[in-house]
Design a protein. Structure first.
Lengths: 298, 230
């Protein structure tokens, strides 16, 4: 194909968008609405996954020492814990440090515990993390057997349930996105098909004056691409702005920001934008070409 | 090689209708041929076979150097470029101006853009529509629309013009205007094959008449008459 012919196809594709104004509008709207729904679910799924990951990462074993244990005893225990194969990190938290952390976690209400430094009721502690969060229970059982270990917590029972839930949530999210993706494709392809049915006469005439099939397809290809991208940009902008305000609203409230740990605006919106534009472009082109094919047999 | 030849051409549609049953014809370069006959006798099929909208069930068709009955799907556009086709319903693109409708046929064959404008204006001059180049088809009368269609058929200088009832939607005066244009084009050496129901025209502007009845050529006369009462 000659370069100037390609230029002609691009010009023609752009002009056709305008000439078939309402039909283009209908197609772009269909793309925009479907991708908006898809985008909302994408953001939701990515955040759920992020949440699940951060929850899983938080799974740790808190080992509390007997208050009577000497410094040597404590050191011995640390060595023993480190010797367990599946342990990744062991962090020693002396009782002063423990109190400080406790107060920090209370934020501006820390003053309630002012003065406890003199007679610290907290024991020395270790925070143990395993390489795989799923190994937590087994490791905890081993630590519990050690001498001078008074007590430990890792959320028994809850942790197992947590892993089941996060796994299920991920699978459901993926299934939802795939399902919505297909729905979007068929909905959009259908709308584009309608716009092309309205133009079968045009295709018929092109064939009659001796246009090759590819010559006929190209402007539709360009048109489909542009409709797909235009249809993807609208929900991308809406989602970016919406997400920005959502984060803003959550961060302005202490309770909400503790409850919902959301992904930051970037790179999330970039990833979503890329996904939506790619999907939009793909279905725009695909929908156009598949629909044109039906009318090329004149 | 602008002659048209058919050898024992048969056309049976999938529903079992035998539209053509063994047609043989030879149309020389520069001829003007009316194709007449009752409705449903095979005229349209005869015309459609020439520009390869339909494929013959049996037989050979040669047109403009192509064996139209044998060519591959990919070559159909090439055949269509060597002929100009005019229809009863004009088949203009409603969203394009007169100029664009005619230029379209040149763009499709990837003509040099510099040549498009002068050539289109030339042809529009021939059909006397230069002054309406920027109008849309909906702003024109039926006769004017048919002249645009004729300009589009002519713009790539085909050796053959095929017309299917070109005056079918036009009043008598306008029909004569169109016929004069066809005659003028023919005088310049272009072969014209025209299916028509217009008795007055056939009997007045005397040309070769091929009558198709029940799928066969019933009559083939130089300077013939219409010969039907409808």
């Amino acid at each position: 194909m000659k370069i100037r012919t390609l230029g002609r196809h691009v010009r023609e594709g752009v002009k056709n968008l305008g000439r078939n104004g309402w039909m283009s509008f209908a197609s772009i709207s269909a793309v925009a609405i479907t991708l908006l729904i898809l985008g909302v679910f994408l953001i939701l799924a990515m955040n759920v996954n992020y949440f699940a990951q951060s929850v899983e990462k938080q799974v740790e074993i808190r080992v509390f020492m007997d208050v009577l244990a000497t410094e040597a005893n404590v050191q011995q225990v640390e060595e023993n814990i480190k010797a367990i194969p599946k342990v990744s990190t062991v962090q020693f938290i002396p009782k002063d440090e423990g109190l400080k952390q406790f107060k920090e976690s209370l934020g501006d209400k820390a003053y309630l515990f002012e003065g406890l430094e003199k007679d610290n009721p907290l024991p020395d502690a270790f925070v143990v993390k395993t390489a795989q969060p799923q190994d937590t229970a087994a490791v905890a059982a081993q630590i519990k057997k050690l001498e001078y270990v008074k007590n430990l917590t890792y959320g028994e029972g809850t942790v197992e349930k947590l892993f089941a839930v996060t796994g299920a949530v991920r699978n459901v999210g993926i299934a939802f996105i795939i399902g919505l993706g297909f729905t979007a494709m068929f909905l959009i392809a259908n709308t584009i098909k309608l716009t092309i049915v309205a133009r079968r006469r045009e295709i018929e005439i092109m064939k009659l004056v001796g246009a090759t099939n590819w010559f006929i397809r190209w402007p539709f290809f360009v048109e489909g691409l542009l409709m797909g991208i235009a249809g993807a940009l609208i929900p991308t902008i809406m989602l970016s702005v919406g997400y920005y305000y959502l984060l803003d609203a959550i961060h302005s409230s202490f309770e909400a920001s503790q409850l919902f740990k959301l992904l930051p605006l970037f790179p999330l919106v970039n990833q979503v934008a890329l996904a939506l534009v790619a999907i939009g472009a793909f279905i725009g082109i695909w929908g156009s070409l598949v629909s044109v094919r039906r009318f090329l047999r004149v | 090689m602008d002659l048209i030849e058919m050898f024992d051409v048969w056309k049976t549609y999938p529903n079992g209708t035998n539209a053509l049953k063994g047609v043989n014809i030879r149309i020389e370069k520069g001829e003007f041929v009316y194709v007449v006959g009752p409705s449903g006798a095979g005229k349209s099929t005869f015309i459609k076979l020439m520009y390869r909208e339909e494929k013959p069930t049996k037989g050979q068709i040669f047109l403009g150097g192509f064996n139209v009955s044998r060519i591959k799907e990919r070559q159909i556009p090439l055949v269509r470029r060597s002929i100009g086709v005019v229809f009863q319903d004009f088949k203009l693109l409603p969203t394009l101006t007169v100029f664009e409708n005619v230029a379209f046929a040149m763009e499709v064959i990837e003509a040099n853009p510099k040549q498009i404008k002068p050539r289109v204006m030339d042809v529009l001059g021939l059909v006397k529509l230069k002054h309406k180049a920027k109008m849309l088809p909906s702003e024109l009368s039926g006769g004017e629309q048919q002249r645009v269609a004729l300009a589009r058929a002519l713009v790539n200088s085909p050796g053959i013009i095929i017309a299917d009832e070109p005056t079918g939607n036009l009043d008598p005066d306008t029909s004569w205007e169109i016929m004069k244009l066809f005659d003028e084009i023919n005088q310049r050496g272009t072969t014209v094959v025209m299916a028509t129901h217009n008795r007055e025209i056939v009997n007045t502007m005397r040309k070769r008449v091929v009558a198709i009845e029940a799928g066969t050529i019933a009559r083939d006369e130089q300077r013939g008459e219409y010969g039907y009462e409808d």
